[in-house]
Design a protein around this ligand. Structure first.
Ligand SMILES: Cc1cc2nc3c(=O)[nH]c(=O)nc-3n(C[C@H](O)[C@H](O)[C@H](O)COP(=O)(O)OP(=O)(O)OC[C@H]3O[C@@H](n4cnc5c(N)ncnc54)[C@H](O)[C@@H]3O)c2cc1C
Length: 472
């Protein structure tokens, strides 16, 4: 292949131009660069909210690439077929991409690599989605980590590569291959009327993510230790949706956090630790992919979880359990596409413990509703909450969603922001929940607020009794 044969850059969950090793390497190769996004199974199988959010991200990336004198080719189909046909059409001599770590992506990318190499096309994957490649972090005995704190101790002193600038120049090919229209993919189809409600809460694209990181480091990180437990407050980075789609890289967040730590800002170290929780989730998914769909601790396989859409589970999904913390958090997710971490822990504990329902039911619901959906963090979070995961909360620790409210939402700001029923002055966000939900749910802000489907104390006793019967 001639050195001037174009390079295809296959974008997936790396929707940025800076700190993008594959794009930088493509630019450095000195040949025209053809950015590509493929609407394959990994896209069509996404839940409603993450699929819609991905569509926004791809559209934004396309505009940014065009501003750089480049473009983004959109094609639908099996990734290997699409790439092979683009190689034929453009004479490309290389295909570069950023690595992903879920089992389906690994299988697909391995096949793509082998098939492209077989036709003498350079196929190369790059890091960027993670700071620490999961296979490079080993225990003293050569195994993988199952507990977070030793993982943190192992990686915290590791040098994290400095972020790369965006390539100065992306040479365009003499002619662009044909592209599909993003609108024809209808990635927002399943969001229906919810899209207009969630849209103002989306932080879209690389520049907005960088700006938020700067704001967080300047203004919020100093109070992060408390702020991260105050769901009523803008106290966390709120960057998970951008990290999930690669609109910002973990390296960029890490270096900003390190600078804040050197400046003596309290909270910076805890922020770095949270970034490492994300790495730990990927570490676990890489070494034990079954964390995605099976109890990590097999002892839980015999537990008689409820798996049906019972009235209680439907009430949980609709934010109508009558438990205010749970309902507020579920509605926050429906309106913003995100949920505060404290809320995630509370709703997950209530579903798995008070309602004795399989964590996979909640995992799946989050997968449909979260714009920051991340396969590794979601699976780890659910298994942590249920007690079935590695380094999980002890199964007998049942969050009391009523006393948690007294601790983390003393003034009830969070609850009154999200729950409209029974209140004289109804918050706009609480009302917008009713504009977002399916009409078929037939709910109205003038409904009475429900009595608890399972009261806090009763549910706790029921859960502990069920565990005891199983001999835990
Ligand atoms: C049941 C459950 C499900 C979850 N599902 C997801 C999910 O689908 N996607 C997702 O990104 N996070 C998930 N989390 C983790 C966590 O709730 C979110 O990452 C966090 O709320 C995002 O807000 P932030 O960006 O303001 O985080 P910050 O507090 O500012 O933290 C910075 C970054 O660190 C990472 N991080 C923080 N906490 C965790 C954690 N516990 N596990 C893994 N990474 C973490 C995130 O990338 C986050 O953006 C889940 C947690 C639970 C308990």
């Amino acid at each position: 292949m001639s050195k001037l044969s174009p390079t295809l850059v296959w974008f997936r969950r790396d929707l940025r131009l800076s700190d993008h090793a594959a794009l930088t390497a493509a630019a450095a190769r000195g040949a025209p660069v053809i950015p590509v996004f493929i609407n394959d199974d990994s896209v069509s199988t996404l839940g409603a909210a993450p699929k819609w959010r991905l569509g926004l991200g791809v559209e934004h990336l396309k505009t940014q690439l065009e501003k750089h004198g480049s473009g983004l080719i959109l094609r639908t189909g099996n990734a290997l077929d699409v790439l092979q046909s683009l190689v034929r059409e453009t004479g490309a001599g290389a295909v570069y991409w950023s690595r992903l770590y879920d089992p389906q992506a690994i299988a697909r990318d391995t096949e793509v690599k082998g098939a492209l190499k077989a036709i003498d096309v350079e196929a190369k994957s790059f890091g960027g989605h993670l700071m620490f490649e999961p296979w490079t972090v080993e225990t003293k005995t050569g195994g993988f980590y199952k507990v977070y704190t030793p993982f943190w101790n192992r990686v915290k002193l590791t040098d994290v590569e400095a972020p790369l600038p965006a390539p100065a120049d992306l040479a365009a090919p003499p002619t662009w291959p044909s592209s599909e229209a993003l609108a024809d993919w209808e990635l927002g189809h399943a969001m229906r009327r919810g899209a207009d409600i969630v849209r103002p809460h989306v932080r879209l694209g690389e520049a907005a993510a960088q700006e938020r990181l700067g704001y967080f480091i300047d203004r919020l990180v100093a109070g992060y230790v408390e702020g991260r437990d105050q769901p009523w407050k803008d106290g966390t980075s709120n960057l998970s949706e951008n990290l999930a789609l690669g609109e910002i890289s973990p390296h960029q967040c890490w270096h900003a956090g390190m600078r804040a730590r050197h400046e003596g800002k309290s909270g910076a170290e805890v922020f770095l630790k949270e970034l490492v929780w994300r790495e730990f989730a990927y570490h676990l998914m890489h070494h034990t992919p079954r964390i995605l769909d099976q109890n990590w601790k097999e002892g839980w396989d015999a537990f008689p979880w409820n798996r049906d859409d019972t009235a209680e589970v439907i009430a949980w999904k609709q934010g109508r359990t009558g438990i205010q913390f749970v309902d507020a958090a579920m509605r926050e997710m429906y309106v913003t596409g995100r949920m505060h971490n404290r809320g995630r822990m509370i709703v997950a504990s209530y579903l798995t413990k008070h309602l004795l329902t399989d964590w996979k039911v909640g995992q799946k619901w989050f997968e449909d509703c979260l714009i920051d959906w991340d396969p590794a963090a979601n699976a780890m979070g659910w298994q942590w909450s249920a007690g079935s995961g590695p380094d999980a909360t002890p199964y007998f620790r049942v969050f009391n969603p009523v006393t948690q409210l007294d601790k983390f939402d003393k003034q009830r700001d969070y609850v009154s922001r999200w729950i409209a029923e029974g209140r004289g002055r109804q918050h706009d966000d609480a009302l917008s929940y009713f504009a977002a939900i399916p009409r078929a749910w037939d709910l109205s802000p003038s409904d009475a607020y429900p009595a608890p489907v399972v009261p806090a104390d009763e549910g706790r006793k029921r859960a502990l009794g069920a565990y005891e019967n199983r001999g835990f």
